[in-house]
Design a binder for this molecule. Structure first.
Ligand code: UT7
Length: 338
């Protein structure tokens, strides 16, 4: 859907915890090796949030505090704060409430958004709609996940993939004639994928019990091969759909910003869309899959290289299944937040 008022990202920040979990450390924990992990996933290390009672909000708060400082934004001027996460501090209240309180966003309403690895894109689309309608002028979207809290470090099929991190963006209203901002978004979902990537217990269907803990049912489960195939098909189709819908050719695109699930997936998606790998944002090697945080962490890592007017295609895929793509025109040069 095309927007009347244009929402634009005016700053991005990220936070990753200090502890680096390397492939060689994983070799000591499960039957795996650096060669397999690197060639099959592209991941060399990931960050882990250590410490008692350290929840996702710890990372989200750091990212949002930096964002407000970097963009010289009065926390009280934030109208809405959305936290995309599948690893909230607690089931209730929302982690977004905790973050808003901690950063002094006293006039913001805030809530969590759960769309697995697509959460940040869904959240950014939601922010764009609030801006477009005039309901909000300044929105913070933070994608944050402490995947180590739901990862089974005796399951080699999943423990090599995930890491912890947070990334945040400030979304504001831009002059529609500036040409910058979020131009178009496609969000999709299909619950047929519900049993291919999920956390079995801990919700209302199977509440926590001694039995569920003993069965390790609180950890993330993934049918890797089927998720891989679904991700490649869905992401490449939606990227091509949004490019065609906006009359974009690969030459027009400055960067493809894909959810960092597996380097091989990203290569296949880029190939199908005829976008060369030099134009694909990649940081999976150092952070792994941080679920809702991958997209803002990519934008944060590449921010210095971005120029006002750069055309970006963001694409995501995750549990649900959920997926989507967004076409945006970047609003500022380099690390100079607006
Ligand atoms: O973010 C949400 C979306 N998530 C994704 O998009 C992830 C999608 N899936 C994947 O990225 C990949 O499927 C994985 C990385 C999870 C697995 O890679 P794969 O190439 O699909 O491997 P596979 O499951 O087909 O396993 C191939 C072999 C098997 O051994 P055999 O049966 O051929 O002897 C596995 O047992 O690799 C073995 N294997 C491992 N070996 C060493 C599986 N995990 C490991 C491991 N280390 N960690």
């Amino acid at each position: 859907m095309k927007l009347v008022k244009r929402a634009v990202i005016t700053g991005v920040t990220g936070y990753v915890p200090g502890y680096v979990l390397t492939n060689s450390e994983l070799e000591q924990m499960v039957d795996t090796n650096d060669g397999w992990i690197t060639t099959r996933t592209g991941i060399q290390e990931r960050r882990i949030l250590k410490g008692e009672e350290m929840g996702t909000s710890v990372m989200a708060i750091e990212a949002v505090k930096d964002l407000l400082q970097k963009t010289a934004t009065d926390p009280a001027a934030i109208d809405l704060l959305i936290c995309a996460t599948i690893t909230p501090d607690r089931i209730t209240p929302a982690t977004a409430n905790i973050v808003a309180h901690a950063v002094g966003a006293t006039h913001a309403f805030s809530y969590d958004l759960q769309a697995a690895c697509s959460g940040f894109l869904y959240g950014l689309d939601t922010a764009a709609q609030f801006i477009a309608s005039g309901r909000a002028k300044k929105v913070v979207v933070v994608g944050a996940d402490k995947m180590s809290a739901i990862t089974n470090y005796s399951d080699r099929a999943t423990c090599i993939l995930f890491g912890d991190g947070a990334g945040a963006v400030l979304v504001t209203a831009d002059d529609p004639d500036s040409g910058c901002g979020i131009v178009d978004t496609i969000c999709k979902a299909d619950g047929a994928g519900q049993n291919l990537l999920y956390q079995k217990a801990g919700g209302s269907r199977l509440p926590a019990s001694h039995k569920t803990v003993d069965a390790k049912a609180h950890y993330i489960y993934q049918d890797g091969q089927n998720v891989f195939k679904a991700a490649v098909t869905a992401m490449s189709e939606v990227v091509m759909e949004i490019m065609a819908g906006n009359q974009l050719t690969p030459a027009d695109i400055a960067y493809l910003v894909p959810h960092q699930a597996n380097r091989r997936i990203l290569k296949l998606v880029a190939d199908r869309a005829a976008i060369p790998m030099e134009k694909v944002m990649l940081n999976i090697n150092k952070y792994g899959n941080t679920t809702a945080a991958t997209i803002p962490l990519c934008l944060w890592d590449y921010e210095q290289k971005l120029k006002k007017g750069d055309k970006l295609i963001v694409t995501v895929f995750g549990g649900g299944f959920t997926w989507g793509a967004m076409y945006m025109v970047w609003g500022y040069d380099g690390g100079k937040a607006v």
